[in-house]
Design a binder for this molecule. Structure first.
Ligand code: SAH
Length: 241
């Protein structure tokens, strides 16, 4: 099972995700996420690994499943959104197809919708999700997608907006958005959505870089209709009230 834990607080994990973890013989995950479910790990075999060890984690899970164990690989948010679901399915198909392993993906609340809820209702119209991490995607392709999303007047949700290794991608992304979006376009910055210490900032494209942005942050950039209503970021769906 590839299980999404949701954004953080337990009340935002699906009951099906908790049942999956309770049912599993072995839990595999990145250390930080395992800390979120420490109380559920009593009497379980636990395999924890560091960041960027996705292949090792998927292999460990597939090896244990080959032995007949019920394994839960945990991801934060939704495991099918920049999470572990894809790599587990690819690996099982390519290297374990004689082992009869069944893979089930259990969804979770992803950062985009957790952040949207904290901001108000910014994703009421077509939106695009773009990760600014160029670890697995060439930066030129990311820039092309940023421009296409701006040109298409999509609301854009940025995952992995900034890290020490690439502090300037967010600045470049903002510049590209400004080719097609008004500087006053509302921008929401949400840190630790639906976790203790949630921080919510509503600003605009012009001012957004005056606020702290890091890897625990999701950035939502409005479309041409997005506005601030009573301190909330809202993209009207188009209803005549
Ligand atoms: N599978 C995860 C995304 C992993 S990519 C999901 O579906 O949510 C990691 C990025 O997700 C972070 O850099 C950040 O941009 C975003 N993120 C994850 N959890 C978050 C949270 N609770 N609050 C704000 N952003 C979050």
């Amino acid at each position: 099972m590839v299980v999404g834990l949701g954004p953080g607080d337990r009340s935002y994990s699906a009951p099906a995700a908790i049942t999956a973890i309770e049912t599993a013989d072995v839990i595999v995950g990145y250390k930080t996420y395992l800390n979120l479910i420490e109380d559920l790990l009593v009497n379980k075999e636990v395999i924890s690994s560091g960041m960027r060890k996705e292949i090792d984690r998927a292999k460990a899970a597939a090896d244990l499943a080959s032995e007949g164990k019920c394994v839960a690989v945990v991801s934060s948010g939704d495991p099918g959104v920049y999470g572990m679901a894809g790599i587990v399915l690819e690996l099982v198909e390519e290297q374990y197809n004689d082992k009869n392993i069944e893979v089930e993906v259990i969804p979770g609340i992803t950062a985009a919708t957790a952040a949207a809820a904290a901001l108000g209702a910014p994703l009421m119209h077509d939106f695009a999700v773009i990760s600014l991490s160029d670890l697995l995607t060439p930066w030129t392709k990311i820039m092309t997608r940023i421009e296409a999303a701006g040109l298409g007047d999509f609301i854009v949700v940025l995952y992995n907006p900034k890290s020490h290794g690439r502090p300037n991608h967010i600045n470049t992304a903002r510049e590209i958005f400004l080719w097609h979006k008004d500087p006053m376009t509302p921008v929401g910055i949400v840190r630790n959505a639906k976790r203790g210490e949630e921080e919510v900032i509503i600003t605009n494209l012009k001012e957004m870089l005056n606020h702290p942005i890091d890897m625990l942050t999701t950035v939502v950039i409005g479309n041409s209709q997005t506005k601030i209503i009573n301190g909330k970021m809202v993209t009207p769906r188009g209803y005549q009230l």
